[in-house]
Design a protein around this ligand. Structure first.
Ligand code: NDP
Length: 450
């Protein structure tokens, strides 16, 4: 795999210190070996060199006033990675860990995820190293307005359509949309995840979590099983995790643990989702407060996590749904999950598992759905929101949910069929990467060297 080594070493020179980005590129390129090594077609068109380089990277200053009247400054990003299949599409992340490497890895993943949906959407991602925790509503609003003061000139309903991600939910999308409208004078579908009163789509809020569970169900169905009665670990307690747990209950499964940035909650009789929504969506507080409601639950603070691992993956369960952040399943976590009898992992988060963990899952032969396939229901529903905005229509919850179910089924089928075609049945990492790559690469070639 010479092209892999040379691409990574070129990236290390041209884009230094972007560890997460190299990891995402390496994971895709490893899967592409059977496509790249067997024929010269993609090589002749320099597709690898072109696809790892974003079409455009925007970095900007975000000055804003805090409640004490002090000026704060953050760093903003929008990476418009690839528009071969449609307008750039991908979320905005507000988290103190955000840097160019994180946004580039997310943007790179997004190209392939969006291609897998079969919908006309290109790949992009953005965000800021801003920590929304502990900020007042006024501070969040002023920050979002300042962010949009720069971003608005780069986005539009037919060019680049951002959505939410970690730290960016309905409240932030509202403030961002308001400022876009103020600056441009246009009321248009420039963001997805909008409020239901003003252009949002039903099911968008639930879509990533629901979709990740639908994807798990498709994987199990292919193995002659279903979600009924499965005991599940769901990391995170944000948008994706909450609606993954909701769908698990609807399909007869039992989420027994979840987590947040303060620690892991274990409630073997089944997590009380009403309490979780109250704590995380309304009060925006630590999961440890759950113990005030359910004294029989157990909470492990982050400081007590195992070295190189995470407390949530130490519990015995049938299925795992990583729905918090990247690299949250380490090799140690993967080994523990398998040793405890886990037979399915479906990633709500992007690049949730380290390379070592992924290899372990594949060798163990469990049902493993990589994030770019398993969580693509979110962006697919964003595209359904764009379609409703463009046609001035509003579809019912059931209409959108049925489309989401079908899209996740198609994604599963595409990844599964491609894995079979290349002689590795069940390897959805390889199947997803190759199926997505061919779609993007062929479109790039047809559109010429641009
Ligand atoms: P949220 O901000 O709503 O929730 C994130 C959750 O994960 C929170 O509970 C947060 O804890 C926890 N978390 C975040 N970072 C860390 C960390 N470094 N260590 C421990 N816990 C952490 O984000 P989303 O639910 O929207 O996103 C979760 C994942 O899903 C991300 O990887 C995102 O890229 C991916 N994703 C999201 C989509 C969407 O539609 N929203 C679409 C596709 C993928 P706390 O509550 O304490 O902040």
């Amino acid at each position: 795999m010479n092209y892999l080594k040379s691409t990574i070493s070129e990236l290390k020179e041209s884009s230094p210190a972007q560890t997460e980005f190299y990891q995402a590129v390496e994971e895709v390129l490893r899967s592409l070996a059977p496509v790249l090594e067997e024929n010269n077609y993609y090589k002749k068109h320099a597709i690898i060199q072109r696809i790892v380089e974003p079409e455009r990277q925007i970095m900007f200053r975000i000055p804003w006033y805090d409640d004490e009247g002090n000026i704060q400054v953050n760093k903003g990003y929008r990476i418009e990675f690839n528009s071969a299949l449609g307008p750039y599409k991908g979320g905005l992340r507000f988290h103190p860990s955000v840097n160019a490497s994180i946004i580039k890895f997310l943007g790179f993943e997004q190209i392939f995820k969006n291609a897998l949906t079969g919908l006309p959407i290109g790949g992009g991602k953005g965000g800021a190293n801003f920590d929304p925790k502990g900020k007042s509503d006024g501070e969040i609003m002023r920050f979002c307005q300042s962010f949009m003061n720069e971003l608005y000139r780069h986005i539009g309903p037919n060019t680049d359509v951002p959505a939410g991600d970690i730290g960016v939910g309905a409240r932030e999308i509202g403030y961002l949309f308001g400022q876009y409208k103020k600056l441009t004078g246009r009321y248009e579908g420039v963001l997805t995840g909008k409020g239901l009163l003003w252009g949002g789509s039903l099911v968008r809020k639930e879509a990533t979590g629901y979709g990740t569970v639908y994807f798990a169900d498709h994987m199990l169905t292919a193995r002659g099983e279903n979600m009924q009665g499965q005991r599940c670990l769901v990391s995170g307690a944000g948008n994706v995790a909450i609606y993954a747990m909701e769908k698990l209950y609807q399909l007869g499964a039992i989420p027994i643990a979840c987590s947040d940035s303060t620690g892991t909650l274990y409630h073997p009789q089944g997590v009380d989702l009403v309490a979780i929504k109250q704590l995380k969506e309304i009060q925006r507080t630590s999961l440890s407060a759950y113990l005030n409601i359910h004294t029989d639950a157990h909470f492990t603070p982050v400081s007590d996590y195992p070295l190189n691992g995470h407390a949530i993956w130490q519990y015995q369960a049938d299925a795992a749904f990583p729905c918090a952040t990247q690299n949250e399943v380490t090799t140690l976590d993967a080994q523990t999950l398998i040793a405890n009898g886990c037979k399915l992992v479906s990633e709500g988060a992007n690049m949730a598992s380290t390379q070592g963990a992924v290899e372990f899952f594949l060798e163990a032969g469990i049902a493993y759905g990589p994030g770019k396939a398993a969580n693509a229901g979110g962006v697919a529903t964003s595209q359904l929101e764009m379609a409703q905005n463009a046609s001035m229509q509003k579809w019912t919850f059931e209409q959108v949910d049925q489309q989401l179910l079908q899209i996740t089924k198609d994604i599963y089928q595409r990844a599964s069929d491609t894995a079979k075609e290349f002689g590795t049945p069940g390897n959805l990492v390889l199947g997803a990467n190759i199926a997505a790559f061919r779609r993007v690469a062929d479109a790039m070639i047809e559109q010429g060297v641009v």
